[in-house]
Design a protein around this ligand. Structure first.
Ligand SMILES: [Zn+2]
Length: 379
């Protein structure tokens, strides 16, 4: 009995120490901010099939497949949301994830990796994802060392000989540091990577990881739950939004279009499609994106061929009006950003054709001049 009353007292104290009343929250802007953030961090559960659900909240959409063998999860959102996501998964499945697939490298899809790895999960990804994530860590560590040297140089600028000597010593030390293996925090890096496709047989289902080359990035995979007829597309498809083509990670417009085609070929009318961002989708939604990509590319190409500049095209809202009205530009990629990225793709893909056309035109004009001259000479 005594221990119960102590426990009760402890609980009471804890409650008063941590919980705030609505009145308290309404008076304190900081608490309000925290409450809003907390609510935003809490993802919604969207049932997809009996053993698959989708988690939609901050960052990329998550898919969770569960069954007699355990839990497989697609993408891990941010580190800061992983605690609440893990809480939901444990509550819904009475388990923690055993396998995780990262659809690509971006932080809103991989940020939570380390926390799930700590609970025993094994993370899979395409090898370009692993390589790019490792390279980013190296770059970051290297930049830190370079910055240290820069700061020392700055400090020693107006100093006496002793400071100069100290700088030399430190600079040498920093350089040696760069030559040795850098101490990196690799806890977010996927453990198992593959170079094309991979199939996982889990919970009585073939789960196909299909590589989509140079689409959103150069490491995109879509995840096809074959028996459940569910696809997680990663950011190779975002529902009702302009896509982000990450050129710095070798994403390309043409690759994005072929990824969309691969999704369409894999899906049938009943397939449920979990996009990288946006609401649960169908094949018809992916088909609309295909149409949008073709339509806008064609329009931008027309203007590019007619010597319009990127800045001019970026302001042409008549091109995007139909999709803007549907809210395509309200996400991470605004209309202007999208038009600029299409323009760059057109410039790269059609630039040569344009130059060839211009050459042809020039030659034709010269020929016309010559013919006229000859004619005039005869007369
Ligand atoms: Zn992404």
């Amino acid at each position: 009995m005594k221990s119960y009353s102590t426990l009760f007292l402890l609980l009471l104290v804890t409650c008063f120490a941590t919980a705030q009343t609505d009145e308290e929250i309404s008076k304190d802007p900081d608490l309000q901010k925290k409450a809003i953030e907390k609510a935003k961090n809490k993802p919604n559960i969207i049932p997809v099939t009996e053993n698959i659900f989708m988690l939609k909240g901050m960052g990329g959409n998550i898919a969770v497949q569960h069954g007699k063998e355990g839990v497989l999860m697609v993408d891990t959102q941010f580190e800061r949301t992983s605690e609440s996501v893990l809480g939901i998964i444990e509550k819904e499945t009475e388990n923690t994830p055993q396998f995780i697939v990262n659809t690509h490298l971006h932080g809103d899809h991989t940020g939570g990796n380390k926390n799930y790895k700590q609970t025993g999960a094994t993370v899979f990804s395409h090898q370009n994802v692993k390589d790019a994530m490792l390279a980013a860590l190296y770059n970051e560590a290297e930049e830190k060392v370079m910055k240290e040297i820069e700061l020392m140089e700055e400090a020693a600028k107006d100093n006496d000989k002793e400071a100069q000597k100290a700088l030399e010593r430190n600079r040498d030390r920093a350089k040696t540091k760069l030559e040795q293996p850098l101490d990196l925090d690799t806890s977010n890096i996927p453990s198992i990577s593959f170079d094309n496709n991979l199939t996982i047989f889990y919970n009585d289902e073939e789960i196909k990881l299909i590589y989509l080359a140079n689409a959103h990035t150069n490491g995109d995979v879509m995840v096809h739950f074959t028996k459940s007829n569910v696809i997680h597309t990663g950011d190779a498809f975002v529902n009702g939004l302009y896509p982000y083509i990450d050129r710095s990670n070798s994403g390309t417009y043409k690759g994005y279009q072929s990824a969309i085609n691969t999704i369409l070929q894999t899906a049938n009318q009943n397939t449920q499609i979990i996009p990288g961002h946006g609401a649960l989708a169908t094949k018809a939604d992916v088909a609309e994106t295909k149409k949008m990509l073709e339509f806008i590319y064609e329009k931008v190409t027309f203007h590019f061929m007619n010597d319009k500049t990127e800045d001019q095209v970026a302001q042409m809202r008549d091109i995007t009006k139909f999709y803007d009205e549907k809210g395509y530009g309200d996400g991470f990629i605004s209309t202007e950003k999208f038009l600029r990225s299409v323009y760059k793709a057109v410039q790269k893909n059609e630039g040569r054709k344009k130059a060839r056309n211009e050459q042809k035109e020039k030659r034709y004009k010269e020929m016309q001049k010559r013919v006229k001259k000859e004619k005039d000479g005869k007369n």
